[in-house]
Design a protein around this ligand. Sequence first.
Ligand code: LMR
Length: 333
Amino acid sequence: MRKLILAAASVAALALAGPASAQPPIVIKFSHVVAPNTPKGAAAEKFKELAEKYTDGKVKIEIYPNSTLYKDKEELEALQLGAVQMLAPSNAKFGPIGVREFEVFDLPYILPDLATLRKVTDGPLGARLLKLLEPKGMTGLAYWDNGFKQMTANRKLIAPDDYKGLKFRVQSSKVLEAQFRALGAVPQVLAFSEVYQALQTGVVDGEENTASNIYTQKMHEVQKYLTLTNHGYIGYVVVVNKKFWDGLPADIRGQLETAMKEATAFGNGRSAKENEEALEAIKKAGKTEIDSLTPAQDVALRKAMEPVYKDVASRVGQPLIDEFVKETGGATH
Ligand code: LMR
């Protein structure tokens, strides 16, 4: 009898435990604008895999790539409102919500290579920049790489004069607008999801982007020329809605932090290779002429973009630019 009672009690305990362990998972909606097979897309997938594993399924990550949920500006608003929990917008996209400091990453030729970038993002300056997001209701979790930008157009772009009068799509960054103005071109801000069509229909003549973004959005199919300029950088800040993040149980937040750290190392460890492969694929597709600059042509382009530093000094902040240049030691300005 005693045995029976004990057995019944354990069945009851199990029944009680049942609904608790079947609690619905915490869902993190992660929205982004690029294809899954890009540096950001792959890092997001890795984060999902690790986050779900480390939290033992208590957290479910739903990834919405390719602007399927929101476009550039909307996704930042959606994050602030709590409609999505996680994003990884490029540095260039924080200006419109009032955090202009991230535009420092957009300055032409400010980063000679990814190793130097790491000095900034992994150091005190990187941490301080992330703190600026908190008053906007966001917590910055990590810096993710894409890589260096190349120029594309339907006109061959070698000398600074070749840019004159052409319309170039830019991300929502005043630094990038100033960069094209310095070349005598006309910048036009467009959401990433609209670039292919704008190029195809001639709304804009050209754009700048990494090879992986160009290839996965098929921009090379509607651009006759690509010049290897490596003149600027595209990278991301992984941000999460602060209220949501602070409200998570501490153990789960810790597990997610570990997953983010590992996903960051994974993504940043392969971004350069992904861009090399994408460039190869663009070459193979045979629709775009790929041009390189001679050292003299490279110097000419750098010189033409030099005024940008002064043009945006008051917006981005001269002390921040100086600090950044000191950290990187790379800018030729
Ligand atoms: C762009 O708008 O060109 C990029 O920021 C897209 C991205 O997220 O890489």
